[in-house]
Ligand binder design. Structure first.
Ligand SMILES: Nc1nc2c(ncn2[C@@H]2O[C@H](COP(=O)(O)OP(=O)(O)OP(=O)(O)O)[C@@H](O)[C@H]2O)c(=O)[nH]1
Length: 308
């Protein structure tokens, strides 16, 4: 079996709706229309309709305008390649894979609002590193939702984790997390992934709680968390920009995961996030199964959406 081929084909299949809304519309337009200033208005509309922010759309259009000015009579193919490269370059700027070997235990604090797929993603992430022979521990830091700990335990079992640290006698997440960090250090785990509650509706309180959690982690390891990872749901499209801003302003996000790209037609929002923030997009979620998860790879992403 050709692993690389399968990997890409799964990605392509998952991005089908984004491809239809963003890639195919633009490809059709650029292949069939004369390259002139007029085509730029059409491209601009297609980008905006595909949930790409005004700022990012404007940046792409301005660069294409410069290209047309410098290359009068350019053909459709070279113009299309330029457009594709513009998009690719935005994504390459945030292409920084996560290296967990740098610390032991490497501590990832997972944050995000309710329902984005945080717990499922923790399971996927744990399984991904389990397959790489890493010992992974989880911390049940979402003490708000009664079922959250149970859900995390199920995920822990499914993903081959060595332990899920919980404490049913306290509702203080910082206390559970403090114990988990101590335990992960003692057991020499390679990776500790910490779940947290996501209640953006109670924004100030939620952010203060996350700040407290970080302070408590730092009592044990001043450099931790080594990654503060925000999970985003592709279905909310451009609204994820405000989620990134709120979390990043409060606790400085160091990595992003976009889930539910399968089925969503709003995968183009990832481009806006890459353009607005220079925060690496580490992984993407492309389904409900534990292995529906891939490191984010700009070349594959663009190739899955835009025909060559
Ligand atoms: N299609 C699809 N569904 C996903 C993906 N990731 C998560 N889900 C689904 O999204 C739903 C919510 O996932 P959870 O992991 O419970 O979300 P959560 O963010 O932990 O929710 P809270 O614990 O309430 O904060 C579940 O039905 C998951 O199966 C994905 O990449 N694709």
């Amino acid at each position: 079996m050709n692993y690389k081929y399968n990997f890409f084909n799964r990605l392509k299949q998952s991005l089908l709706n984004t491809r239809k809304k963003l890639g195919d519309n633009i490809t059709k337009l650029v292949r069939n229309k004369k390259v002139d200033v007029d085509i730029l208005n059409n491209i601009e509309n297609k980008l905006l309709v595909a949930d790409i922010s005004t700022q990012t759309t404007q940046k792409i259009i301005n660069n294409l305008k410069n290209y047309i000015n410098l290359h009068a009579n350019c053909n459709n193919k070279s113009f299309y390649d330029t457009l594709r490269d513009e998009i690719l370059n935005i994504l390459i700027s945030i292409d920084k894979p996560l290296l967990i070997e740098e610390r032991k235990p490497f501590i990832i604090l997972m944050v995000g609002v309710n329902g984005v797929g945080k717990t499922t993603t923790i399971g996927k992430l744990a399984y991904y590193y389990h397959l790489k022979n890493k010992s992974v521990m989880l911390a049940a830091g979402d003490t708000c939702r009664v079922a959250a700990t149970d859900q995390l335990e199920i995920m822990g079992k499914r993903s081959g984790c060595v332990a899920v640290i919980k404490n049913n006698t306290t509702s203080d997440p910082a206390s559970v997390i403090f114990d988990a960090v101590k335990m992960a250090k003692m057991k020499l785990a390679d990776l500790l992934i910490i779940d947290t509650a996501g209640r953006l509706q109670n924004k100030i309180y939620a952010m203060e709680e996350l700040k407290k959690i970080i302070r408590v982690i730092k009592k044990i390891d001043i450099e931790a968390p080594h990654e503060t990872m925000l999970v985003l749901d592709a279905n909310i499209g451009q609204n994820s920009i405000s989620q990134v801003r709120i979390f990043n302003d409060a606790i400085k996000i160091t990595g992003l995961i976009m889930t539910k790209l399968d089925g969503s037609a709003k995968g183009g929002a990832l481009l806006s996030i890459a353009d607005h923030f220079s925060i690496p997009i580490r992984y993407i979620g492309i389904g409900q199964n534990i292995d529906d998860f891939q490191p984010f790879e700009p070349h594959n992403f663009v190739e899955a959406i835009f025909k060559k």
